[in-house]
Design a protein around this ligand. Structure first.
Ligand SMILES: [Fe+2]
Ligand SMILES: [Fe+2]
Length: 197
């Protein structure tokens, strides 16, 4: 399918799916906007970034059972157990991307799958979606310093977001994904290695 046609098809689907949830719709389009601006800085394929951003939360309105059924088609029980229920929509969104929009690009599917938990050794595309989800303009918990940092250094911004998210979840006594903890350690080490050089 021609790139622009696919984007239009996804947007039409989102407009119907989220017709009663304008806040979510606005978030999704703001993630797209932020992700495009980062993709331009880091020379990442704009089409890949747009598809990933537009589909990252596409299953947000589904029930837990629907999310679990979809996610289980692509992910093992063990993989599903690595993320809290609140991140299950990321796995199911990747499966919906495959079924509904015939997305086969592994990098796009990973960017969707790990936008919620993050993970170690993320690709630049994965980092851009992970970061944009947190810093897009309607996110009140993100500040402009973090937005500036994202434009300067993807690894540092990834680390900051993982750190803030984990701290927040600890305070709220909510479950934290093992993938996020591993990712925090990984990006911490990566930054230390750069500082030691
Ligand atoms: Fe999400
Ligand atoms: Fe999101």
């Amino acid at each position: 399918m021609i790139d622009e046609l696919l984007i239009e098809k996804i947007k039409a689907f989102l407009n119907i799916e989220f017709k009663d949830d304008k806040k979510r719709l606005k978030h999704i389009f703001s993630v797209e906007k932020m992700a495009i601006s980062l993709a331009e800085i880091y020379a990442i394929d704009i089409f890949h970034v747009r598809v990933s951003a537009l589909l990252h939360d596409v299953t947000k309105r589904l029930s837990y059972k629907e999310n679990l059924d979809l996610a289980s088609k692509s992910f093992s029980k063990q993989e599903i157990n690595l993320v809290p229920k609140s991140c299950l929509h990321a796995y199911s969104a990747a499966q919906l991307a495959i079924e509904k929009f015939q997305i086969t690009n592994r990098n796009i599917l990973n960017a969707i799958s790990y936008h919620c938990s993050g993970r170690k050794t993320m690709s630049k595309l994965e980092q851009i979606i992970f970061i944009s989800d947190y810093i897009e303009e309607t996110r009140l918990f993100a500040d402009d310093d973090l937005r500036k940092l994202a434009k300067l250094n993807l690894d540092k911004a990834t680390y900051e977001i993982l750190y803030k998210t984990i701290e927040y979840l600890k305070i709220k006594k909510r479950p934290i994904s093992e993938l996020s903890i591993e990712a925090l350690e990984y990006y911490k080490r990566k930054m230390e290695e750069i500082n030691e050089r």
